[in-house]
Design a protein around this ligand. Structure first.
Ligand SMILES: Cc1cc2nc3c(=O)[nH]c(=O)nc-3n(C[C@H](O)[C@H](O)[C@H](O)COP(=O)(O)OP(=O)(O)OC[C@H]3O[C@@H](n4cnc5c(N)ncnc54)[C@H](O)[C@@H]3O)c2cc1C
Length: 347
């Protein structure tokens, strides 16, 4: 069987790993000269977002046979709205290094596959779909799903981020919700180690022309004095995709709409959808049948995103006060109740 994978990000590499486990050697095309974004940053996977799965890292190990070592455990999240701040603690999830470094998720995944990636090739899905039995689109982008008529934009954002130097707790992430500089997006600070961290601003409906303005405002409002060592910006769009397979073309990761719309988390969904696409190919079963849990999570995040899009700073103050109230925070963060899905159902 001939399978082409377009994109050697977490989705494409996980798909390749699962195909190899079943004796299929795919052709993997990557437009970059190596695996992973040149931007080195820290990403989070929150336990709360993936319930009822208790431990995303263990789940990937047990059910996908892929091990990814986190950079740090996430033990504390400090949330800041315009007038209220509060924190939650516990086993909240993991922090991962992303990019091209040795410890990055991408490098770890690459080390687990045998098939060499064919670098510096910008693959054309239309050509490949005629040459191969299956084409897995793991491009991290919406363009192919849009062309094939199965993509709907849900949350369009522009990100500006930096590596900053300062003094950080390696197990603590800070988050900011403030419409003054993020619209209904948000910002976060996630540490690489005690000396450096990723500071990222996610602004709803911004673009390359105006993102610097919001970034400046963010620094002014929050009074940051960090030293910046790298600065970058990029577009990030989450969308709703259906169907996830068109003819012999399967969509995984961000390209398949598995970038959840609430906070833009996608790593867990990229790995799992990559593995599920491979299983659907080798077992000859309907891809959609594998996606039930992922789709349920995505739908819940879309519903909550639509509510958050109407929030004012006063609403964010109330939300953070509520989420960090003793009793309620234990209930939300230290149980395994699928709070996101329950809330979405109520809404
Ligand atoms: C700054 C930032 C912070 C993030 N933070 C988090 C986080 O905290 N938690 C989280 O879960 N997620 C986070 N994400 C989401 C992130 O997109 C996913 O974690 C994950 O990278 C999605 O994997 P993917 O394989 O779908 O796409 P990608 O990682 O984008 O990989 C796609 C690959 O396809 C290649 N490609 C594209 N088109 C072609 C082509 N035509 N031919 C050949 N190659 C091609 C690209 O070069 C790229 O290497 C973040 C994203 C960004 C940008």
């Amino acid at each position: 069987m001939r399978v082409a994978i377009i994109g050697a990000g977490p989705g494409g590499l996980s798909c390749a790993h699962e195909l190899e486990r079943h004796g299929v050697k795919p052709d993997i095309f990557e437009q970059r000269p190596r695996t992973g974004d040149i931007i080195s940053h820290v990403g989070a996977v929150l336990q709360l977002m993936n319930r009822p799965i208790k431990d995303p890292v263990e789940e990937i190990k047990e059910s996908c046979h892929i091990s990814i070592k986190p950079l740090n455990l996430l033990k504390k999240v400090i949330m800041h709205a315009s007038r209220v701040s509060g924190s939650v603690s516990g086993n909240l999830g993991y922090l991962f290094e992303r990019g091209q470094a040795e410890k990055s998720v991408e490098s770890q995944l690459l080390a687990q596959i045998k098939t060499p990636v064919q670098y510096n090739i910008r693959a054309d899905y239309a050509v490949l779909s005629k040459e191969y039995d299956y084409v897995v689109v793991a491009t991290g982008a919406y363009d192919i799903a849009k062309i094939l008529g199965c993509w709907e934009d849900i949350f369009k954002t522009w990100l500006m981020g930096a590596t900053v130097l300062g003094s950080f707790d390696r197990n603590t992430m800070n988050m900011w919700l403030n419409t003054e500089y993020a619209g209904n997006g948000y910002a976060y600070l996630a540490p690489f180690n005690h000396r450096s961290a990723s500071l990222v601003l996610v602004v709803q409906n911004a673009d390359r022309k105006n993102i610097a303005h919001y970034w400046k405002k963010f620094w002014q409002v929050e009074n940051f004095t960090y030293e910046v060592t790298a600065l970058w910006d990029l577009e990030h769009v989450s969308g709703f995709v259906y169907p996830h397979q068109v003819g012999n073309i399967l969509f995984v990761g961000n390209a398949g709409g598995f970038l959840e719309a609430l906070l833009g988390f996608a790593l867990f969904g990229a790995v799992r959808s990559g593995v599920f696409a491979a299983r659907s190919i080798v077992e000859g079963r309907n891809y959609e049948d594998f996606l039930a849990h992922l789709k349920e999570n995505i739908m819940a995040s879309i519903k909550l995103r639509k509510v958050l899009n109407r929030f004012t700073n006063r609403d964010y103050d109330h939300l953070i006060a509520l989420l960090t109230t003793p009793g309620i925070k234990q209930f939300v963060y230290n149980t395994n109740l699928d709070v996101i899905k329950y809330l979405a159902r109520i809404i």
